[in-house]
Design a protein around this ligand. Structure first.
Ligand SMILES: [Zn+2]
Ligand SMILES: [Zn+2]
Length: 141
């Protein structure tokens, strides 16, 4: 569960971005921040099942958080949106993701950024691209 202090912090973050701090939104943001890596809608719904939110509510909250910049949405090539919290400690900048070609696990590689040269396309300069590293995870190697 979420501590009193964390709750105040989450509420403040939502309100600072102009979102109402509804209980389901707080739960979704708390989950993303605790996970520290990308989660799909299905995974988020699964982990919050005990709390009784329906899947549509969770999806709406995920997209709301992405729209105001509290979460980042990425597609690692399987056409599934994954969401991760954006904050000072994690994912503050766009970074590469490692995708396991066997089991589909997605991990953050926060130290693998983009080195952008002058000739790079605008999307790359604006970091509106996905950087992926593919291979086998430790569990599948
Ligand atoms: Zn794997
Ligand atoms: Zn990430």
């Amino acid at each position: 569960m979420v501590s009193r202090r964390e709750l105040d912090d989450l509420r403040a973050r939502l309100r600072a971005r102009g979102l109402r701090a509804t209980p389901s939104r707080i739960a979704v943001l708390a989950l993303l921040r605790r996970t520290g890596g990308p989660l799909s809608h299905a995974e988020a719904a699964d982990r919050l099942r005990d709390q009784g939110w329906d899947r549509a509510t969770i999806y709406r909250n995920l997209t709301d958080l992405a729209e105001v910049g509290l979460a980042r949405r990425s597609d690692v090539g399987d056409h599934v949106w994954r969401f991760e919290a954006v904050d000072d400690t994690h994912a503050g900048d766009p970074h590469a993701h490692f995708v396991c070609t066997e089991c589909g696990t997605v991990e953050c590689l926060p130290d693998v950024g983009l080195a952008v040269g002058k000739a790079a396309p605008r999307a790359v300069k604006q970091k509106q691209v996905e950087v992926q590293v593919r291979g086998r995870c430790d569990g599948c190697a």
